[in-house]
Design a protein around this ligand. Structure first.
Ligand code: S3P
Length: 196
C-alpha cells in the first residue's frame, strides 16, 4: 500500500465530512469533485440528489412549485444525506442552502466542516453568465448582488472561508486536502474551529 493511500486512510478514520458552501458561481461543485478525488472520499452534489429524487431539474421545480417547495426538498435531502450516506464525504450544497437557519443548525449538529468559497459578486455574476446552467435566482445583476449581500453574513458562519476569486480549483482543493490530511478537522466537537 502506498504512503499516500495510507495517509488517506489514517485521516479518513477520524476526519469529518466537508461541506462546501457559498453563492452561485463560487465553484462548490468543481472544488468539491477535485477535493473528493484528492482525498479518495465520495463526492455528492445536493442539487443533483434533489433532481434525481424529483425527476426534474432545479429550474423546473422552481417553475412548477416555487421556491418554498424547493427549500423543503433541499432540507429533506440534506437530512437524508447526513443520516444515510457514508462519512467522511465531500458535499457541495446549493447556493441558498447554508443561508437557511434550519440547514445550518442541522449541519452544526452533525459536526461537519463547512467551507465558504468566497468571491465578489461581480466575479460570481460573470461566472454564472459563462455557465449554461439555468439558475432561477440569477436574474439581473442588481437582484443577484442584493441576494449575495443578504447571504454573505450567513456564509461567514462557516468553519473556514477561502478566497475562490484569485485561486484556481486545483489550488483550493490541494490546500484543503492538505488541511484535512494534517488532521486539522479531525476529532473536534462542532463549532470549535476558528474562522480563518
Ligand atoms: C440557489 C442556487 C443553486 C440551486 C438553486 C437555488 C440559490 O445552486 O440550489 O437554483 O438559492 O442560490 P448553485 O449555487 O449550485 O447554483
Amino acid at each position: 500500500m502506498s504512503n499516500t493511500t495510507d495517509s488517506h486512510q489514517r485521516s479518513a478514520g477520524s476526519a469529518r465530512s466537508v461541506f462546501l458552501v457559498g453563492f452561485m458561481g463560487s465553484g462548490k461543485s468543481c472544488v468539491g469533485q477535485a477535493l473528493a478525488l484528492r482525498l479518495g472520499w465520495p463526492f455528492l452534489d445536493l442539487d443533483q440528489r434533489i433532481e434525481q429524487r424529483a425527476g426534474r431539474t432545479v429550474a423546473q421545480i422552481f417553475r412548477d412549485e416555487g421556491e418554498p417547495s424547493f427549500r423543503r426538498m433541499e432540507h429533506d435531502e440534506l437530512r437524508n444525506v447526513l443520516l444515510n450516506s457514508p462519512h467522511p464525504q465531500v458535499v457541495a450544497l446549493g447556493g441558498g442552502a447554508f443561508a437557511q437557519a434550519d440547514n445550518a443548525a442541522l449541519l452544526s449538529a452533525h459536526g461537519v466542516v463547512s467551507v465558504f468559497l468566497d468571491a465578489p459578486a461581480e466575479v460570481l455574476w460573470q461566472r454564472c453568465l459563462d455557465d449554461p446552467q439555468e439558475r432561477p435566482l440569477r436574474q439581473t445583476f442588481e437582484q443577484f448582488e442584493a441576494l449575495y449581500r443578504g447571504r454573505r453574513v450567513h456564509y461567514l458562519k462557516a468553519t473556514r472561508r477561502i478566497d475562490s476569486a484569485n485561486q484556481g480549483v486545483e489550488q483550493i482543493a490541494s490546500d484543503l486536502a492538505a488541511q484535512v490530511q494534517a488532521g486539522e478537522f479531525s476529532g473536534r466537537e462542532p463549532g470549535q474551529e476558528k474562522m480563518r
